[in-house]
Design a protein around this ligand. Sequence first.
Ligand code: ATP
Ligand code: MG
Length: 378
Amino acid sequence: MILPGATLGILGGGQLGQMFSLAALRLGYRVLVLDPDPHCPAAAVASRHLCADYDDPAALAELARSCAAVSTEFENVPATALELLARHLPVRPSPNAVAMVQDRILEKRFLRDLDLATAPFAAIHAEDDLHAAWRSVGGPAILKRARFGYDGKGQAGVDDGKALASAWAAMGRAPAVLEARIALRQELSVVLARGEDGMMAFYPVAENIHRNGILDLSIVPARSPEDLRQEARRMAARIATALDYVGTMAVEYFVDETGRLLVNEIAPRPHNSGHFTIDACVQSQFDQQVRALCGLPLGDTRLLSPVIMMNLLGDLWADGEPDWSALFRHPQLKLHLYGKAEGRPGRKMGHVHALAADSAQAMAVLEALRADWGWPKS
Ligand code: ATP
Ligand code: MG
């Protein structure tokens, strides 16, 4: 067990790295964050910020020397950097698990091999694959870059074979996945933590509402039947076990028109749809990331109150700072700002949790706030 007082490393200093740092610091650990951005959100809270690229040899050597264990906040760190670190100290999740999930083609094949349902898909590596991909997937589809996509970036809707060819060319002919567009009844996610001993702890299933491919709201508990939520947890457990995963991870699901669960994607890290755990659960998803990383027993995931998480995107900053007084008027709202200087459209600047006796009341508070801010209804 790695106990308080030790130094933990985190690759990536965005909001997830910041919230990991806050959880670790509160527990008495020191945190070393590696991120090439001098103004990254975690830099403001971590014990030390190594401002260097993720594959910078000197920075990786410093992490290996100073830290008792290392985790990552996002799947796009070079797997080679994780492998190098893993020769010297525990890296959780493992480089293998991260490598599997950072490539949509490997990820989808892994899911298919586990017999877990996904949207129909085809891999595209070369010009020759386009025709067969379109024939096998058919109908309206979404072309997704195999690597380095997030928040709907690196994706394009395609409605015919010609559009597919031009969309793929526009992506620079990088490896991609063509995926059937699913008529969505609902989107769900499961955040879980798994320890080195294989023990797992599951958070309540979140119901996720996206706008323009970006998460807008997570409603907890999800408004879906218990057997479906049970099934979502079972599928997530199979994935975590097959990856021999250690740490906090998330699985995103589509519920199609017929009510069937399809796996959308796996996140090898805490997840935006799990932020609610900070204010609404006994232990947060970041507490669990620290615990699993340090070999401590996993914490209690119990939900203490119905909650809705709402993301605050940079669009809100279009005319300067949002009117915070409108938010602070509501005593049920808890604000989390990441300290990013520049509010670009679509950029995640922070989020807010509405805690109330039930989801309808939490939603009413958020709708009132959105109306004050002139934001579209959810
Ligand atoms: P993030 O990492 O933020 O989850 P991402 O860039 O990996 O985003 P996806 O999860 O693939 O993106 O897609 C983002 C959203 O776009 C989904 O949550 C869903 O709302 C919509 N979407 C993606 N793929 C499909 C699909 N095949 N059918 C219908 N909707 C889809
Ligand atoms: Mg997603």
